[in-house]
Design a protein around this ligand. Structure first.
Ligand SMILES: Cc1cc2nc3c(=O)[nH]c(=O)nc-3n(C[C@H](O)[C@H](O)[C@H](O)COP(=O)(O)O)c2cc1C
Length: 387
């Protein structure tokens, strides 16, 4: 708690306001620093080894919570705690070794696409501090599926990840929508031995037409193609938008059942601007309605919890849900778990609250388990449906 307050009062204002640094530059520097800190202690010059080992021990001490009551097994994979890093933060897996040190129970890398691509023109990432939100139109900037496969092989030649590693797959911009299934398949073939689980991302608002792939007629062939190639039975999930109508969510849930998906990730960013108090994007001076992109953070929190609740109700809890959208504290996390999420992810909240947020949330979840006389986190999943 104290460290989170120090981050809010000290480092965050420096990064956000004093340096007025471009958010994407701060992001890139953060990823590079984390990659350096978390590198193999034996990497680099001998003099660096003790520094790096000490830094790794200090980070783990400040950020990690190890408690058996937070652990679960899903899809025959062990998760030491339910809070993971959401897709988009470490698209190319550059800082993949850092996420376990920072206390995350799992990390989802990507979105990667079959073809490397630069994404949309900059600037494309903005803070909306009055709403505790971000607006982004990154457009799947990434080095491509093959580069991620190579990086993971170098980082963990034996595939012995310290936490489960999810891989989020998107469609390359140059691939026409009718050929989407082939594009997803190409990435999946490249990475299928490496991810602990895979995600079909059809919900980013920043690739033209991508969200139309959420419709049954478009999504079914993608899922069919991937599951046919999925001989090892890797858990395959679909990530959906918070802007879908209830009937569309129901249809996707049915498809998930037909194609024996392992679960659903709810949700991606929203294109909705109505709940925002921000009218003008501070960095550009333009109206928030004139800046294309998806909104993340607090404004998406309630809707994503509602989507989780709908999916849980429809499936009566039989389909695991990863809940993501506007998690800043243990109350937000508890709301999503009790609505039906078995696992959680965060992106924007972590940027606002700082690296000790994971520890604060996990400690908060342990307190809530005590308050409700529950012995472990799986017992809390979907609990609000009992009332
Ligand atoms: C800058 C940025 C980039 C993102 N990129 C991706 C992405 O590549 N793939 C994806 O599935 N979601 C992406 N997301 C969405 C997040 O994974 C998450 O679903 C969404 O931001 C809601 O969670 P949050 O409120 O904790 O940020 C991105 C979000 C942000 C803020």
């Amino acid at each position: 708690m104290l460290l989170t307050q120090l981050y809010r009062a000290g480092l965050r204002p420096l990064l956000f306001d004093v340096f007025k640094a471009d958010l994407e530059t701060v992001h890139r520097q953060t990823i590079d620093t984390l990659a350096w800190l978390a590198a193999e202690p034996t990497a680099g010059r001998v003099l660096h080894q003790p520094t790096r080992l000490a830094a790794q021990a200090a980070i783990a001490h400040l950020c990690k919570v190890n408690h058996p009551r937070l652990a679960q097994s899903l899809w025959q994979i062990s998760f030491a705690n339910p809070l993971g890093l959401a897709a988009g933060f470490d698209k190319d897996g550059t800082a993949a070794r850092a996420w376990p040190l920072l206390g995350f129970g799992f990390a989802e890398l990507g979105t990667v696409t079959a073809h490397a691509q630069p994404g949309n023109p900059q600037p494309r990432l903005f803070r909306l501090p009055a709403d505790r939100a971000a607006l982004n139109r990154m457009g799947f900037n990434n080095q491509g599926a093959a580069a991620l496969a190579n990086r993971l092989t170098k980082l963990w030649p034996e595939g012995d990840y310290p936490v489960p590693i999810g891989i989020n797959l998107g469609k390359s911009k140059i691939t026409p929508l009718e050929k989407a299934a082939e594009d997803y398949l190409q990435s999946f073939e490249c990475l299928k031995n490496q991810g602990s689980y895979f995600v079909v991302n059809v919900s980013s608002p920043n690739t033209p037409g991508l969200r139309s792939l959420q419709a049954k007629a478009q999504l079914a062939p993608i899922l069919e193609t991937l599951q046919t190639a999925n001989s090892a039975g890797k858990p395959l999930l679909v990530k959906i938008s918070p802007d879908l109508a209830t009937e569309d969510i129901h249809e996707i849930v049915q498809l998930a059942q037909t194609y024996e998906l392992a679960g659903i990730i709810a949700t991606n960013t929203t294109i909705e601007r109505q709940t925002l108090s921000t009218r003008i994007v501070p960095a550009t001076g333009k109206s928030v309605t004139d800046e294309a992109g998806g909104i993340s953070g607090a404004p998406v929190s309630d809707r994503s919890t509602e989507v989780i609740r709908l999916i849980y109700e429809q499936t009566q809890g039989s389909l695991p849900i990863i809940g993501v959208g506007g998690i800043f504290n243990a109350d937000d996390a508890w709301a999503k778990i009790t609505a039906g999420a078995s696992l959680l992810q965060t992106y924007t909240g972590w940027v606002y609250e700082g690296p000790t947020m994971v520890k604060d949330i996990l400690n908060g979840l342990l307190i809530r388990l005590d308050e409700h006389n529950l012995s472990n986190i799986s017992e809390a999943v979907g609990r609000s449906h009992l009332q």
